[in-house]
Unconditional design. Structure first.
Length: 206
């Protein structure tokens, strides 16, 4: 496979197993969340506040603020995943199961402490071809998967693409995991992640 095909193969493998039409592999779950927020911002107007649980990883409110929104912290218990409402974006960093895709933009984590421990990486699952095509270009500096000399630049993107070597490792780890856990593993426990109450920090009140 060439580098683009390796990443595409990993995306298709994970998306199919999770029950989504498309997958967009990126460098981290944080990148997946940020790009999902930016995509929603490009096509949905009039939204200022994004709901977020008080106890989650700090990069989530950071991404919300960097994307131009404000954070509305909510104090509730969650397991495996939660929604960044009202944008139908799901942070599913602590879940990886067969058929888990529900709708919207669902963000996965392949951190070394997660279910598929590539070391670093994430993915956005979606059933929308429009979202898929936008996200693929956005994560690759606004580029198409062609040589630079053949590209026609029409988007300001970000350098968030997944490295081919990580995608290849992801395929290997996925096959091993699927043999041991055909339907996926139990959700990681939120209480074991050490998430603090982020609502008490003034930096996130922007």
């Amino acid at each position: 496979m060439n580098p683009y095909e390796v990443v595409s193969s990993f995306e298709k493998t994970v998306a199919e197993w999770c029950g989504a039409k498309y997958g967009v592999a990126v460098e981290s779950c944080t990148a997946a969340i940020f790009l999902s927020l930016m995509y929603r911002k490009s096509c949905i107007s009039g939204i200022t506040y994004i709901d977020c649980p008080c106890r989650t990883y700090p990069s989530i409110p950071c991404s919300i603020i960097h994307a131009g929104y404000k954070v509305s912290f909510l104090d509730y218990d969650w397991s495996g995943e939660y929604e960044l409402s009202p944008l139908n974006i799901w942070d599913s960093a602590l879940r990886f199961k067969r058929g888990m895709y529900k709708n919207g933009l669902q963000c996965l984590s392949f951190h070394v402490k997660k279910h598929l421990p590539i070391g670093r990486g994430g993915m956005i699952l979606t059933n929308s071809k429009v979202a898929y095509e936008w996200l693929k270009k956005a994560r690759f500096d606004g580029r198409e998967p062609v040589p630079l000399s053949e590209d026609n630049f029409t988007m300001l993107g970000w350098n968030f693409y997944m490295q081919p070597a990580d995608a290849a490792r992801g395929i290997q780890l996925f096959e091993v995991m699927k043999q041991r856990y055909p339907d996926g593993m139990e959700d990681l426990k939120v209480e074991e992640q050490g998430y603090p109450d982020l609502s008490i920090y003034p930096i996130y009140q922007q």
